[in-house]
Ligand binder design. Structure first.
Ligand code: PEP
Length: 251
């Protein structure tokens, strides 16, 4: 099985003004640069307004920058949206697509998420494709089927280990302080890995992140789970000490 380098990704959501955002990103970039050789990649996904200044501030360091969403079209009459080429032009290397907050609050379905991931790939970005079941679905015993169907429907043709990362984020664990058990995470990640076969190039090398209330106190246990190749972190990624402590569990 190919070695998969862990990815610790921070999703700032709709948080971050200029000065504080730059301070957070440069603090992390400094820690990463002075840590020397580590066993993880680190990424921050600030709001769209900060992608360019953050990318400029951390240029030349190993800290990567990403967007939180993109439109399936390159450009056009789509007021308020952002095209993947714009993110790439601003200095992003990644973009999150299909986050549950977009699926729920903006009615995004798998076909749209796949189109967004395809747009990301066309712009040279790595797409972080988010999937995850609701509490109702988990309690109904549907978690594995829901997640497999989201993975199958949200991956565009041409998805592979170089241009795609999967993030498993149970909806009920996001921003709630609740985390899935290590056993539940292991079961879902193994199912996602099996689902990737035939749907993505080099499926054994695709990174599968866990997200949902990851914090310093639970990160070591979660990051040690088979088939967990890193974390997508919301709230704790806004505090440099906490985000760094999560990353250090993968050192
Ligand atoms: C997220 O938004 O992707 C997330 C996992 O949030 P939190 O870590 O705050 O639960």
């Amino acid at each position: 099985m190919p070695a998969r380098r862990k990815l610790i990704a921070g999703n700032w959501k709709m948080n971050g003004l200029h000065a504080a955002g730059l301070e957070l990103a440069t603090d992390l970039a400094r820690r990463l640069a002075s840590a020397g050789t580590v066993g993880f990649d680190m990424l921050v996904c600030p709001p769209a307004t900060l992608v360019h200044p953050v990318a400029g501030a951390v240029a030349g360091t190993p800290l990567a920058v990403g967007g939180q969403d993109c439109h399936p079209k390159e450009s056009g009459a789509h007021t308020g949206d952002i095209g993947a080429p714009m993110l790439a032009d601003a200095g992003a290397g990644f973009v999150i697509v299909g986050h549950s907050e977009r699926r729920q609050n903006h009615g995004e379905d798998d076909a749209l998420v796949a189109a967004k991931a395809a747009a990301a790939h066309a712009a040279g970005l790595v797409a972080i494709v988010c999937v995850g079941e609701t509490l109702e679905q988990r309690e109904a015993g549907q978690a594995l089927a829901v997640v497999a169907s989201q993975v199958a429907g949200s991956l565009p043709a041409g998805a592979d280990a170089a241009n795609t990362v999967i993030a498993y984020e149970p909806v009920w664990a996001i921003g709630t302080g609740k985390t899935a058990t290590a056993a539940d995470v292991a079961e879902v990640h193994a199912h996602i890995r099996a689902t990737l076969a035939g749907r993505a190039g080099k499926p054994d090398a695709v990174r599968i992140l866990y997200g949902g209330s990851v914090k310093p106190s639970n990160a070591a246990e979660l990051m040690a789970v088979e088939d967990v190749d890193g974390a997508l972190v919301g709230g704790a990624s806004l505090v440099a000490d906490d985000f760094w402590a999560i990353a250090e569990t993968c050192r």
